[in-house]
Write a protein that binds this ligand. Structure first.
Ligand code: ATP
Ligand code: MG
Length: 187
């Protein structure tokens, strides 16, 4: 099985590019952000707890997202692999993923990182807020907090995956088609 990680700051376009990649390589796309938003919309207990964190630009606890990933790995059949979007987001999550895969004799295949500068993160998320109405996109303070969290907790994963020879990067500045092309050119 292939295990791809789509990496990048908030608003980099992970969700947009994931759809094309999942189709091309017959992968199951798992977006932890989308799974959490589904819990929020369904009004589950987990959703209520997650909303309080997400809507303030904070991460949900590692165990929560780790559990979501493990249950999809165990239940999804008929694909050639998985495309993780928004996970791992902390070093602890990256280590948990390695352990989970190791139980099945599997490893991370590659990390595809979509990079954009901080100013563009703000611009894109503010544009998306007008269209999608996500509560965590609504205020500049929340967006800024997510950027800070990205730099502090998620960016260290770049070194983690570089050290393991898994890291590939594309320029996320450009049209959706240009970025898609750059990603497909990696393979
Ligand atoms: P993009 O626009 O590139 O898809 P994003 O950061 O805007 O990225 P999501 O990935 O959908 O949005 O995540 C939304 C929120 O869900 C995060 O800010 C965080 O609160 C929570 N979340 C998602 N994945 C994780 C995770 N792996 N660990 C902890 N919290 C997470
Ligand atoms: Mg997303």
């Amino acid at each position: 099985m292939k295990y791809y990680i789509l990496f990048g700051p908030p608003g980099a376009g992970k969700g947009t590019q994931a759809t094309a990649m999942a189709e091309k390589f017959n992968l199951c796309h798992i977006s932890t952000g989308e799974l959490l938003r589904a819990e929020i919309n369904a009004g589950t207990e987990l959703g209520v707890q997650a909303a309080a964190l997400i809507n303030n630009g904070k991460l949900v606890p590692d165990e929560v997202v780790e559990g979501m990933i493990a249950s999809r790995f165990a239940s999804v059949k008929g694909v050639d692999g998985f495309l993780l979007d928004g996970f791992p987001r902390t070093l602890k999550q990256a280590e948990a993923l390695d352990e989970l895969l190791d139980e099945d004799g599997e490893v991370v295949t590659a990390v595809i990182s979509i990079m954009i500068p901080d100013e563009m993160i703000v611009e894109r998320i503010q544009g998306r807020a007008l269209k999608e109405g996500r509560a965590d996109d609504a205020s500049l303070a929340t967006i800024q907090h997510r950027i800070d969290t990205y730099h502090a907790q998620t960016e260290p994963l770049i070194a983690y995956y570089k050290a393991r020879g898994k890291y590939r990067e594309v320029n996320g500045v450009g049209s959706i088609e240009e970025v898609r092309e750059a990603i497909f050119n990696l393979f």
